[in-house]
Design a protein around this ligand. Sequence first.
Ligand SMILES: O=C(O)c1ccccc1NCC(=O)[C@H](O)[C@H](O)COP(=O)(O)O
Length: 256
Amino acid sequence: MLADLVAGALEDAERRRGERPLAEVEAAALARPAALDALTALAPAERVKIIAEVKRASPSRGSLAAIPDPAALAVSYETGGASAISVLTEERRFRGSLADLEAVRDAVSIPVLRKEFVADPYQVFEARAAGADLVLLIVAALDQKRLVELHELITELGMTSLVEAHSADELSRALDTGAGLVGVNARDLTTFELDRDLFGRLAGSIPSGVIRVAESAVKSADDVAHYRAAGADVVLVGEALVTSDPLATLEEFLGV
Ligand SMILES: O=C(O)c1ccccc1NCC(=O)[C@H](O)[C@H](O)COP(=O)(O)O
């Protein structure tokens, strides 16, 4: 499944490259105002922080929410106290787009993450051209050389990588990149199984100075408390927000 998602995302990027060559996207990326400082926005604090996700659908859950106006949803997230917004831009299974990201960027003043199966530098330039401040890199989808190259490009463009792992091995590869923001995804992206305790098993290996993000499987305030007790500085939440009143849910989650 993960290989299919990456292959599909690369095919879609190739199609867009045909319509808008790299030189044009690169120029648009360089013309953007500087990216927001996500490491400061997500820095450890007395209270847990939330990255709130714009997520219409997913391979594991199918349709979640229509989200006709992603910018309005993002404004609710910002008003509700989210520290950053994640926008799924994958088109085939998540029904997202770069246009969603651009609309969100224009509507909020907190950092915005491009959530995508990024494997090609073109996708990084696209992210910056659309106004992203952060880009997701999934360790399981990349060999180490490519992971490091993409992380370096993201950094050169002034953005922040969120480097995502799902095992001790992947975590060690994530830390080897030198990234300051590392996520542990409870969802196995090959089987979709959820393991809410994985973060707790791996968090102790993340050195202080690296921001720890617990991703996926947050359904309730108890789940946020569970991740917080295990050492999460930040939790990334999708489904629970798009299928509820986001303001009320954020208030409940941030009260933890
Ligand atoms: O959500 C999926 O089904 C999925 C399947 C395959 C690859 C990635 C997938 N999701 C991306 C994410 O990591 C989540 O959208 C994100 O962590 C939020 O998760 P949740 O709060 O459980 O919606």
